[in-house]
Design a protein around this ligand. Sequence first.
Ligand code: PEP
Length: 251
Amino acid sequence: MRTRRVVGNWKMNGALAGNAALLGDCASAFPYVSGSAAPGVEVAVCVPFPYLAQARDLLSGSAVRWGAQDVSIHTSGAYTGEVSAAMIADFGASFVIVGHSERRAHHCESSALVAAKAAAALSAGLTPIICLGETLEERETDMTEVVVGGQLSVCIEVLGHEHLAQCVIAYEPVWAIGTGHNATPDQVQSVHAFLRARLGPAGASVSLLYGGSVKASNAAELFAMPDVDGGLIGGASLKMADFEPICRAFG
Ligand code: PEP
C-alpha cells in the first residue's frame, strides 16, 4: 500500500513571524481527524533547521508532519555546523530530504553520500526523502534512465531493498526545479514507472513523489499518473493559497 503525500520544501526561506502565519494556516487546513489527514493524503513541510521547534510547536496536534532538508552522516562529535539525525528527531520531525539537486550541485554531494545520509536518517527513526533527477543536458542526450537509475542503484547497494522500502523517493528533474517548466505528466510517469521497476519488491510500498514547478494548475494531472504518489513542492509551498490546493489535487 503506497501512501499519497505532498511535502513542502521551504528551502532557505522563512522568518519567525511569517512562518507562524503559514504554519498556523497549514495546521488549520489539515486538522487531526481520527488519525488521518485530508482524505488519504499525508501533508508535511520540511523547514530550515532553526525553525524545527516552531514547526513542532505550531503543527503538533494537526495532521501535518514536519521535517528538515539535510542531515549529517555522523551521529555526534567534532563536526562543526553539522546536524545529526537524532537532533532532528528530537524535534518530533518525521522526514528529512536528502540528495536535493541543489545540495548535489552546490555542495558536491555524491550518490554515496546521499545514501549514507538516508541510512543515518533511518537509524534515527526518520523517513528520508531521497531526491533523484537528471539535468537538461542529460535528458537531451537520452541519459535520463542511466542517471536516475545510477543514483537509485547506489541507494539500493547501501540501504538494501528492505530499508529502501521505508524511504520516500522524489524524482526531481533539475531542469524543472524552480524554473516554472514542469515535466509533462507522460515524462514523469515514464521515469516513475522505470524507478518503481528498479525498486523491485520495495516498489510496492515506496511513495514516489514528483518535484519540479508543481502548481495548483498542474498538480491534478501529474498526481493522476499511476506511478505518481504525490509531490515535493518548493516555491508553491511558501503560500497556503498555493500549497493547499496542491495538497487537495488528488482525484
Ligand atoms: C524543490 O525544491 O524540491 C522543488 C521542487 O522546487 P519548485 O517546486 O520550486 O520547482
